[in-house]
Ligand binder design. Structure first.
Ligand code: 4NP
Length: 147
């Protein structure tokens, strides 16, 4: 049982990648009891599909992503057990919005591994998206095991 929300800035690059990886892991493990979504702290890309470069990486790994980007909503802090920020700026924005009772749900995605940020790949090349995949892939099991 449990639910997890992955959060980045635009909800088109990093958090949809995290959502795709998490869904694939959960299906492979036969865990249909975990709810997974992603969202952005900003709403610039609301209503759009994930970035073509994120879709490309996921497709190469045999993973689908049907996400439509959306911004974080107030009720997300209630609905999810765990809210994972891709970088420290995302975490700060979430902390500013989150009611005190739910602050303990907010964590940094790479806390179980490097403790660093998942770098924003938006303005870079394709390599950046492969690196994002590796970082997310390495950290994911620790979170899913904790749910
Ligand atoms: P994301 O990447 O936060 O990983 O989805 C970005 C997407 C869009 C923008 C920045 C980062 N943007 O400035 O539009």
């Amino acid at each position: 049982m449990g639910s997890v929300l992955f959060v980045c800035l635009g909800n088109i690059c990093r958090s949809p990648m995290a959502e795709g990886i998490a869904r694939a892991r959960l299906v492979a493990a036969g865990r249909h009891d975990v709810a997974v979504e992603s969202a952005g702290t900003a709403g610039y890309h609301e209503g759009e599909p994930a970035d073509a470069r994120t879709l490309d990486v996921l497709r190469r790994k045999g993973q689908l992503c049907e996400l439509i980007a959306r911004q974080v909503r107030d009720d997300d802090f209630e609905r999810f057990d765990l809210i994972l920020a891709m970088d420290r700026a995302n975490l700060r924005d979430l902390r500013d919005r989150c009611p005190p009772a739910h602050q303990n749900k907010l964590r940094l995605m790479l806390e179980p591994t490097t403790g660093g940020d998942v770098p924003d790949p938006y303005y870079g090349g394709k390599d950046g998206f492969d690196q994002v995949y590796r970082l997310l892939d390495q950290a994911m099991d620790a979170w899913l095991d904790a749910l």
